[in-house]
Structures are given as structure tokens and as C-alpha cells.
Design a protein. Structure first.
Length: 292
């Protein structure tokens, strides 16, 4: 049986990148000691979701994807034989990006994802936006798994998870930094249900500004042949407290479900969906701060 153990590092990073590095490395070691195959951080781990509005200050906080901070986690992934989903404010031109770097258990960088739907009504208007939803084959101790990512506000758009499903994702990683209340949790449940994908979300705990924990894992398997009716496919919902929260994802069960259930792609009518790619924005949805 292929079972993937996912550790959600619902922790506080501390006031500096140095503190975040130290705490992050220690958290990954603790997760591995508890049997994790992959560890996932909340959004913008190196800054604790601090995004300065002055360009010079913003650039000063950003770190290169190939630098010492990320490199320490790549080496640790190889040492621990554990995949690591690291987040950081990434150095980028013309402005930094909100990025996830996914290292496999050999320490190889297999996926770089930059947040596509930046919160342009807030501090993220200073950042460079990502331009796609890539999916990568992640080597884990439970075998290869097709992995993609959304970051926080990406969750608000059904197209994000849909594109990841169409690109082959079995598991979607979601670093987060916001209050995970009932409606946002419902969004994650819906994305998992309609795309037959597992979705693992890691949020900051209470104590981080505007965050409240409630990291989750939804496995996306709504029905089982030996059970009547639908099942609750939320395998984990953490509380508000800091901690390392582990959940086990049955990949064989997910794959069997995806091979026979009616959701996903088989019965879609994409020839009727042209309006989804229209760039026209009509009232009441016009916003002056939207980037073109």
C-alpha cells in the first residue's frame, strides 16, 4: 500500500530569516523523526509574510532560489530522505516573487511555483506574479506522486485547481497565511471534491498576524465502494496552536478512485467554456487596482 505521510509545519518563523532557517531545519528534522515523507511550510516562511512596500526594503528581504537559505533545505532533504516544500520571498526581476520550492528526497529541486493570483488589493501588489501551474513528479519514500501547488489566494479561483488537475496533479500543496475560517475551508474541500485531488494546506498558527492555524489535508475521495453515501474526506484539521501536524494519504485509494469516479475531466464540455478565458471585466467586478 502506497501511503504518503505529510507533515504540515504550522509554526512561527521568528523575526529574521536566520531564525526562520534555524526553526525550519529543526522542524523538518522533527517531522522526519515522526515518519514524514514530505514537510510543507506556510507562505513566505523566510519573512513570516512580511512584504515591505518600499522597493529597496522589499529587495533586501528577498532571497535567491539558489542561495544559502534554500540550499540548506535542499541538503537537509537529501540527508533526511524526505521531500520539503519550502516557501520564500524569492529574488526576481523586476520584483520579488511569492514562491514555493519543492525538493525531493534526494535534495533535487523538482518544482518552482510562484503565486499566480497575488493579492493586488494589498501588499502583494509589489510582487511579480507567477505565470502558470506546473506539475512535477515528486520522488518520495512512498513512490512517485504528481504534485502541484497553489498559494493562499490562488485557492479563491476554481481555475487554479482545475488547471493543476488537467496537468496531472494528484496532490496539491497550499502554503497559506490568512484566517482559515469555514468558507475558506469549504473552498479547499470543493477543490478536492471536484478535481479528485488531495489538497494539503499549511497555515501559520494563532500568534502570527491575521492567521489562526487550521491547516488541513483533504484526500478528495468522496465515495468508497464498501460505504453507503459520501464520506468526510478531511483527514486532518489542526487547531490554532503551533505544532507539526501529520496526516497519511493513501495514494492507492486515491488513484483507484480517480480511475473510476465521475468528477474530474471525462464529462467536461470545454467547447462551451470560452467565456472563462475572456479578459473583459464588467460591473460589479471592476476594480481600479487590478493589474493588466
Amino acid at each position: 500500500m502506497a501511503v504518503l505521510t505529510i507533515a504540515l509545519l504550522q509554526l512561527l518563523p521568528g523575526p529574521t530569516a536566520g531564525t526562520a532557517l534555524e526553526r525550519g531545519l529543526a522542524a523538518c528534522r522533527a517531522a522526519k523523526a515522526r515518519g514524514a515523507d514530505i514537510a510543507l511550510f506556510p507562505e513566505l516562511w523566510n519573512t513570516g509574510y512580511t512584504i515591505p512596500q518600499q522597493p529597496d526594503a522589499l529587495r533586501a528581504l528577498a532571497l535567491p532560489a539558489g542561495g544559502a537559505f534554500a540550499g540548506a533545505f535542499a541538503r537537509l532533504a537529501a540527508e533526511l530522505d524526505m521531500a520539503i516544500g519550502l516557501t520564500l520571498l524569492e529574488q526576481y526581476v523586476p520584483a520579488p516573487r511569492n514562491t514555493l520550492l519543492l525538493f525531493d528526497r534526494r535534495g533535487r529541486l523538482v518544482l518552482t511555483y510562484a503565486k499566480v493570483h497575488t493579492c493586488d488589493f494589498g501588499d502583494e501588489r509589489m510582487l511579480t506574479r507567477g505565470e502558470g501551474f506546473p506539475v512535477a513528479a515528486l520522488d518520495t519514500a512512498a513512490g512517485p506522486v504528481q504534485v502541484g501547488a497553489m498559494i493562499c489566494y490562488d485557492r479563491e479561483f476554481p481555475e487554479s485547481a482545475r488547471l493543476l488537475m488537467l496537468n496531472g496533479a494528484e496532490l496539491i500543496l497550499v502554503p497559506n497565511a490568512c484566517p482559515m475560517e469555514q468558507n475558506r475551508l469549504a473552498q479547499l474541500r470543493a477543490r478536492a471534491f471536484e478535481n479528485m485531488t488531495a489538497i494539503a494546506t499549511c497555515n501559520y498558527p494563532a500568534g502570527q498576524p491575521d492567521c489562526n492555524g487550521h491547516s488541513t489535508l483533504f484526500d478528495g475521495v468522496a465515495y468508497l465502494p464498501d460505504q453507503e453515501g459520501s464520506r468526510d474526506f478531511c483527514l486532518l484539521e489542526a487547531g490554532e496552536e503551533p505544532g507539526i501536524y501529520l496526516a497519511r494519504l493513501d495514494l492507492d485509494q486515491l488513484r483507484t478512485y480517480r480511475a473510476g469516479e465521475v468528477h474530474g475531466n471525462a464529462y467536461r464540455r470545454p467547447e462551451l467554456y470560452g467565456a472563462l478565458t475572456s479578459t473583459v471585466i464588467r460591473p460589479p467586478f471592476v476594480r481600479e487596482d487590478r493589474r493588466g
